[in-house]
Write a protein that binds this ligand. Structure first.
Ligand code: ZN
Ligand code: ZN
Length: 593
């Protein structure tokens, strides 16, 4: 019996809207997904000029008989699904019976296919069958689409630059390869090979094929499940980030999807581990009963909704945060695998293509913005012992994460050099102090520590009236934080006592900062507010780059850093510590090869 069935008209109409083939990417997508549906184990995509001149997709799948190969180009025919309900079933990718005829109508198509018994060659021009011949019986299908849009100059105009088009295709094939590590994907443009995956079923190997060996060596496997969802995949060490979201691949039952809530959750779980506006590498496969997934969204956009989203979000958040918190994440100064340089040159295209797609501009880094911000006059080095002591119990496990090390000295008044039997470490004194103070403040804020200190001479703080009005509306925040205060005349508040955790050397400065955050903040979510206060105070009140520090202070700083929950990055996501292993040093001095 014929594998292709004519779609119910209703379904065809539901899907058809907006499905006009106007990008080479859509053509590649359709052909590749057909190949996957045909159970291919090798899919080769060869392009000339990003596909505008020619797109050739070959597979070793089940192929078609003569009847099917002709039916494939008639309107509303599809072998892939019969009812709209099937759209999200795991076994079927294609949903656009429309697409092949649409593609054929704006190009020249040569189809060579064989089901292993008979071989068929169909040639079409502008959608009309020109010839049908018999061909090779080697199982599989090769479709060559040439001169796409040749008869539609108007559409050609909509084609973005060849470069962008190639970037989209490359990104798409990468994601398909990540969804199907058991299929070998080859992508070639103008005789240049852009991707060639092993297809051996190993996801990490595929990650390595796509992003390079260095990236693959810094990925961590995660796996977890609850009643409704099972998640698995790889997340990168925080030191490895990318400037855009293309490094995040979400799969639902092996199908590439987009979902902002999930991406947000991933970024939240990486929060303070990586800098703002940077993205981790992640390949996350979510297995779920299709019943819980709502695809009543445009199919090509791959946006999905879940009926039990909170269960999923919690599962992802818990799994990633746990993984990040139990790993030693000190970046190594010397990268392993020197022989990968070749690989990177070779892969260069894919990287550039993806980065340029989003017009990435390097954001001014945190250090710059710190330098530009007004300096706090009182700069001291301070840690509050009482609060840290209470945390000692919970942090005994983390002590293992940064081994004992001893300061040797300081470079440029900023970088503390340390050593132990494993190697040499460089600690950024500001970043480290900032992490320690951040966790200290955050802990005090979120445990609603109510210990307060009365001030001898009350602080009088006067604000512009617009700011005072906002502060007045949010007096409850001051209450929550444990301040004792009164209103005093116009637009003025008097602080009589403040929480003990405020930096002792500059309480007024800290209070001003907090009030500043209250009057400029739009989001009064308690956690977010606490975090903002903690980061701001930590950054302003910690030892700065260039400030003098003594050896005992360094020792103390390292000890305190070891007690933190995440000793490896400052709350802005910059690294606090970098390692040169003993072996790295030996290699650098050619003592070891
Ligand atoms: Zn800072
Ligand atoms: Zn920082």
């Amino acid at each position: 019996m014929s594998k292709i069935q004519v779609m119910e008209a209703d379904l065809a109409n539901k899907i058809a809207a907006g499905e006009v083939v106007e990008k080479t990417m859509n053509v590649v997508k359709e052909l590749v997904e057909n190949a996957i549906d045909a159970q291919a184990t090798i899919i080769k995509v060869e392009l000339i000029d990003s596909g505008v001149k020619e797109i050739k997709v070959s597979d070793d799948g089940i192929g078609m008989d003569k009847e099917d190969s002709l039916l494939a180009f008639s309107r509303h025919a599809t072998s892939k699904l019969k009812k709209l309900d099937d759209l999200f079933n795991i076994n079927s990718l294609g949903f656009r019976g429309e697409a092949l005829p649409s593609i054929a109508s704006v190009s020249n198509v040569l189809l060579k296919t064989s089901d292993g018994k008979t071989g068929t060659i169909v040639s079409l021009k502008g959608g009309e069958v020109e010839s049908v011949k018999s061909g090779d019986i080697k199982k599989g299908t090769t479709i060559t689409v040439t001169d796409l849009f040749y008869n539609t100059p108007v559409r050609l105009k909509y084609l973005r630059s060849l470069y962008t088009e190639l970037a989209n295709i490359s990104d798409y094939i990468n994601k398909m390869a990540l969804s199907y590590p058991n299929i070998k994907f080859i992508l070639i443009n103008n005789d240049k090979e852009l991707l060639n995956t092993s297809g051996n079923g190993d996801l990490l190997k595929t990650i390595s094929n796509i992003y390079g060996v260095v990236v693959a060596s810094k990925m961590m496997y995660i796996e977890n499940f609850n009643d409704d969802y099972k998640i698995s995949g790889y997340i990168s060490y925080p030191e490895l980030t990318k400037s855009n979201r293309s490094s995040i691949t979400l799969l639902i039952n092996k199908r590439v999807v987009r979902n902002n809530e999930i991406v947000k959750t991933i970024l939240e779980s990486f929060h303070t581990y990586i800098p703002k506006d940077r993205y981790p590498y992640i390949v996350l496969n979510i297995e779920v009963d299709p019943f819980l997934v709502d695809v009543n969204v445009h199919p090509t956009k791959m946006e999905v909704k879940f009926s039990k989203i909170n269960e999923l979000i919690n599962l992802i958040y818990d799994t990633i945060s746990k993984k990040l918190s139990e790993k030693t994440l000190i970046p190594k100064a010397i990268k392993d695998n020197v022989e990968d340089n070749y690989y990177h040159d070779f892969k260069g295209i894919t990287y550039e293509v993806n980065d340029n797609l989003y017009n990435f501009k390097e954001k001014e880094n945190e250090e710059d913005s710190e330098k530009n911000s007004p300096k706090v006059e009182e700069i001291k080095f301070e840690f509050d012992n009482d609060i840290n002591e209470s945390k000692n119990l919970e942090t005994s496990v983390e002590d293992e994460r940064i081994k004992d090390m001893y300061p040797v000295g300081v470079v440029h008044g900023t970088y503390i050099i340390c050593e132990n039997d494993k190697g040499m470490f460089i600690i950024d004194q500001h970043a480290a102090a900032e992490r320690i103070n951040y966790e200290k403040y955050f802990h005090a804020l979120s445990t609603h520590s109510k210990n307060t200190i009365d001030v001898l001479i009350p602080y009088k703080i006067e604000l512009p009236s617009n700011e005072y009005l906002i502060l007045e509306k949010n007096f409850d925040i001051l209450d929550r934080l444990g301040f004792k205060y009164e209103e005093f005349g116009t637009n003025t508040i008097i602080i009589r006592s403040h929480p003990t955790w405020l930096p002792k050397f500059a309480p007024l400065e800290a209070i001003r900062k907090i009030i500043d955050i209250i009057v400029t903040n739009e989001d009064f979510d308690e956690d977010k507010f606490n975090e903002k206060v903690s980061i701001t105070l930590a950054c302003k009140m910690s030892i700065k780059a260039g400030d003098a520090i003594t050896l005992p202070d360094m020792t103390y700083l390292i000890e305190e850093l070891r007690k933190t929950k995440n000793p490896f990055t400052c709350p802005h996501g910059r690294p606090t510590i970098i390692a040169y292993t003993k072996y790295d040093l030996e290699k650098l001095f050619k003592r070891a090869m």
